[in-house]
Design a protein around this ligand. Structure first.
Ligand SMILES: C[S@@+](CC[C@H](N)C(=O)[O-])C[C@H]1O[C@@H](n2cnc3c(N)ncnc32)[C@H](O)[C@@H]1O
Ligand code: SF4
Ligand code: SF4
Length: 297
């Protein structure tokens, strides 16, 4: 099964550095930080925007929120300086699908930069609503973060879920999130979109459960990316997994889903080769920061 998927998605592994570690020194990617709001509250996630974020190298961090109208000039300028960039993705800093700006940006990319591989990452809550639209927009790769498939465990990771005008807390919210993640990933897979499952390994909470996640997505995910918890925010008292723990869990999960082992846990405004560490703020680029009151938490 894994080998079948490898040949099915050869067009992705030949160009995307996050699906092929061998491309880290050759093909660059850029994250466009156009999506500030989030519709769920992960206990480990703290978004940081602006000057205070300059030295932080982790997901959820961006020097600016970019407007879709700024994307064309930004990318044109960036590609002149970094012609190796072939992948443009939206990784928040909030949830891509919860921000209309994501879709505006994908339209701009499709029209103005048609050769660029377009991708995004999401918690998956809105995937059943948008999977079809993403496929129509020519999205070939989507990352879905799934940290548990058991509502009891998920409820320890996510405080609340905002869906169709209502807030759901605890196991009720967790159940809804998991249901939509599973359904959404299946819909993407049926549309030949290569799905990467991101799983944050939190040893005390989902350490023994990560294999169940791999089993759940054996059929519909192309690859799984198990990443270590960066202890912070409401999980700053928990420990980061050891390299040995991560490696052992990846080896076991590999039985079910191919494992990506070289994630750099990039910022929402990262740009360049994965073997470099660069982001917007290093380019002296000035973009407008707009209304950060949109942030949910
Ligand atoms: C900031 S999110 C943005 C995209 C989308 N909202 C999502 O969750 O996939 C990007 C990735 O960073 C991960 N992340 C955020 N905070 C983290 C932390 N403290 N430790 C490890 N991973 C973290 C998320 O789980 C997700 O896989
Ligand atoms: S879904 Fe993504 S952006 Fe939202 S709280 Fe969780 S990690 Fe942060
Ligand atoms: S965060 Fe990981 S998967 Fe995303 S661009 Fe960086 S290396 Fe690739």
């Amino acid at each position: 099964m894994k080998e079948d998927k490898m040949s099915k998605f050869a067009h992705i592994t030949s160009v995307h550095p996050c699906y092929n570690e061998k491309l880290h020194h050759k093909v660059g990617r850029v994250h466009l930080p156009v999506a500030p709001k989030c519709n769920i509250a992960c206990r480990f996630c703290k978004r940081s925007i602006g000057a205070e974020s300059v030295c932080e190298d982790r997901p959820g961090v961006s020097n600016h929120i970019m407007k879709p109208s700024e994307v064309e000039n930004y990318l044109t300028d960036l590609l002149e300086r970094m012609p190796n960039i072939q992948v443009a993705g939206i990784a928040g800093p909030g949830d891509s699908l919860f921000n209309e700006e994501t879709f505006e940006t994908l339209e701009i990319l499709k029209e103005k930069f048609p050769k660029m591989v377009r991708c995004l990452s999401t918690n998956g809550l809105l995937l059943p609503k948008y999977a079809e639209r993403l496929a129509e927009l020519g999205i070939k790769t989507v990352t879905v973060t799934v940290n548990a498939v058991d509502p009891k465990i998920q409820a320890k990771i996510v405080d609340w879920v905002y869906f169709e005008g209502k807030i759901y807390r605890g196991e009720e919210g967790a159940k809804l999130l998991i249901k939509n993640q599973i359904e959404g990933v299946k819909m993407l897979s049926e549309r030949d979109v290569a799905v990467k499952i991101n799983t944050v390994l939190i040893p005390e909470i989902n350490g023994e459960h990560v294999i169940d996640i791999a089993k759940t997505f054996e059929k519909d995910a192309f690859v799984q990316n198990i990443i270590p918890l960066i202890p912070m925010y409401k999980m700053d008292n928990l420990r980061r997994p050891t390299c040995e723990e991560i490696s052992n869990i990846r080896d076991t999960a590999e039985e079910y889903v191919h494992q990506f082992r070289a994630c750099q846990q990039c910022r929402a405004d990262a740009a360049g080769l994965l073997s470099e560490q660069k982001h917007l703020s290093e380019k002296g680029k000035k973009l407008d920061i707009y209304d950060l009151k949109h942030f949910s938490h």
